[in-house]
Write a new protein. Sequence first.
Length: 118
Amino acid sequence: MAVIKIYRIKDEISAEFYRVLVDRLWPRGIPKDQAPWDVWFPELAPSTQLRRYFHTHQDDMETFRMQYLQELKDNSSSQLQQLFNLIEEGPVVLLTANHDIEHSQVPILQQFLEKSEC
């Protein structure tokens, strides 16, 4: 079984993990040449429309979760396949700049990846 963990971008992360930023927007204050991650997959984050919906309806996590899962199922980007390939190769950390990881897309993405792997 693959190891998929979740951390904030400023957390200390063991070198054994491949670090993947999964936010749609580039985090403020971090120069691109000093990024503390190995790869950025913005296409795996919620669409701009869904992200805006969530910011105005944060009390409706279940609707957000259902819509985001549908976006992931419909995602035809190569980034999703690349992430599955990385997971097969070794432990992966999904990174976010979000302060409240529990109420973000990242745990939903983690569960989707864990259920989809074979």
